[in-house]
Design a protein around this ligand. Sequence first.
Ligand code: NAD
Length: 465
Amino acid sequence: MRIAVVGSGYVGLVAAVCFAELGHEVISVDNDTQKTAMLQSGEIPIHERFLPELLAQHRGRAVTFSSSLLEAARASQAIFIAVGTPQAGGGQADLSYVESVARELAGAINAYKLIVEKSTVPVFTHDWIRKVMLLNGAPADSFDVASNPEFLREGTAVADFLYPDRIVIGVDSERAAALLREIYRPLTDGTYRPSMAVAAPDHPRRPPKLIETSAKSAELIKHACNAFLAMKISFINAVANLCESVGADVRQVCDGIGGDSRIGPKFLNPGIGYGGSCFPKDLAAFRMVARECGYDFRLLDEVSNINADQRHRFLRKVRNALWTLRGKRLAVLGLAFKGGTDDVRESPAIAVVEMLLKEGCEIHAYDPAAMERAREVLPAANMSYASSPYEAANGCDALLVLTDWDEFAGLDLDRLAAALAYPVVVDGRNLYDPAVMASRGFSYYSIGRADVQAARQTSGASRSV
Ligand code: NAD
């Protein structure tokens, strides 16, 4: 099928390349001409596993890049909208990018078109897209608007797209349903043969279930899904805080909770809270949508309050470990909002670094992918960037773990201890085993587990203060 994907960001670019991988002819459109030029020349503006290899296979053949929405839409049967829907002032989603695409699309109708929302949008957005297109002269029977929410996660986006748990299509006409079924058929009938090895996520359902709903339900599914996941994170963070109060171990508690098949072990990882470009804004938008529709969804307020509190609790942990903060030299591992991505939007790691800088700390940070983006948002004073975790740790009073990169979990602990001025680790992602940290001579503070005071602590602590 000929497909246009509007927006070549984390979702749009992955979707475009993966649709090409499924055998479709795709034009990826972005009005950021610099980004489009980069993509045309084979450069990739984001860090995403498997994307460079897959793009190299399909660029210039099954997937091309353009900054002309009009031309791309005219040449395509289905047009996926994957532009940003950031948070507006009052918490609601800013849908102006979606509206502007809808307006332009109205002028591109030269035959029947299926317009598909892939961006995360509030319920009723499909109606608004339709109204805007009609107002701008698109004939009523020349297009349908459907919803096809995207559930990929940054860091594992390609694998998530090609091996999804399920595919949701929100359709209000049989014609739209038939086209979307056709687009995803290689996945749903199990005939997709990968052109290269992409490690599938744990336990993918094969073939994935295709869930057909109304457009309204599909829009709600995406918001409800993200709100539920955020709630699970805040829930386990609250439980971890209780574990700290009573001296229980949150790992043991998570094993016990996650072993219940009704709950499951995923998203039961206590830490410094969720972030990223989706959960915070989607939760706020869902809250607003509910309010506008007459339901006061107060549960969501508490989810975001617990999340915000988690960063302040972490700061208190750092203070407890180091006594005073002014002038302390701190190594920070991780700036991305989670491991596997260079995305720092709403990153809790960035928020913690900002708080520490305000307290007068000197920060030496390392992140495998996000340092360039972090530089754009963090102040330059008292901030430096290292080329390895060990370089960041060199001569520091403590090391803080703020992002759950796999490579941090496998660091050489002896080398780290030797690099640090004092063997103090405050782990906001529970990447290490407290018993192992104790055996290596660290003072170790984590989330929802007992603190470890190193045997060397007496000399370390007195040096440290
Ligand atoms: P992004 O900011 O990375 O990309 C959006 C792109 O759209 C940008 O490149 C921008 O230049 C382009 N754009 C904006 N207006 C345009 C226009 N009029 N014409 C052409 N291009 C235009 O955003 P993202 O992270 O890919 O998210 C896109 C949507 O997908 C959002 O609604 C988000 O909530 C949703 N979503 C994101 C994720 C994720 O993990 N990032 C996952 C699922 C859903």
